[in-house]
Design a protein around this ligand. Sequence first.
Ligand SMILES: [Zn+2]
Length: 270
Amino acid sequence: MSKRTRRPVPQFATPIIETHCHLDYLASDDMGAALAEIESAGVERLITIAVSPDNLAVVLDLVERFASVWGTQGIHPHEAEHWNSSVAEAVVRGTAHPKIVAVGEIGLDYYYQHARREVQISAFDEQLALAGELDLPVVIHTRDADDDTRAVLANHLGGLKRKGVIHSFTSSLELAEYCLQEGFHLGFNGICTFNNADNVRAIIAATPVEKILLETDSPYLTPAPYRGRANSPRYLPLVAEKVAEVKAMPVEDLLHIVRHNSQSLFFEAP
Ligand SMILES: [Zn+2]
């Protein structure tokens, strides 16, 4: 398998914004060299996502050190048992950095359920409230938790001026429609290149291009034909190519629109 030549990653003219990756989990001894390679693949900016009390400061360090790297502050549902008032204070302090562009990733995961449901719900609920007070968009993770995600979100729609993104969207069309109607974007990654992901491609087909964001969620979810390797933002063009194919539009046209979507959600005043 590894000896077979794989189709090279396509290179596009329009620069791409990587809206969801975990740079600190990429196995790289030389982050500067890794980022140079990622940038030469056409990725102009990356948002590296915080997940736990441990990596809030790591994300802040990355955004300080590298010009193309931006970040978030927040606690993932897997880590919800660690959510408390001092972690909340650290999240709020971290968001004061000018390169922190969202609260996340936050949400509910009943598939793995590493934290108790009621604990996940309160961490999600409190971080949505914080995002509203801070006037920041949110990066939401939801898996096998459609009804509760919708119920918790419903309490915050008025408070969240900037809304945000449901990243790595794999939930139902009903939840997609609800989130789109309430002003959220949907984020898609390498899953859309998997053979068994017709459900995700159907969601992409149903999502207006103006509401789509591109991400890799690296080092997870490596797109075809590179499955089996650790993912990297340098594979993002493969995600763009598949999303454009599903939307039946030229890749450069898609990239132009999604770049604008990312800029207006994360990098411009509302
Ligand atoms: Zn993630």
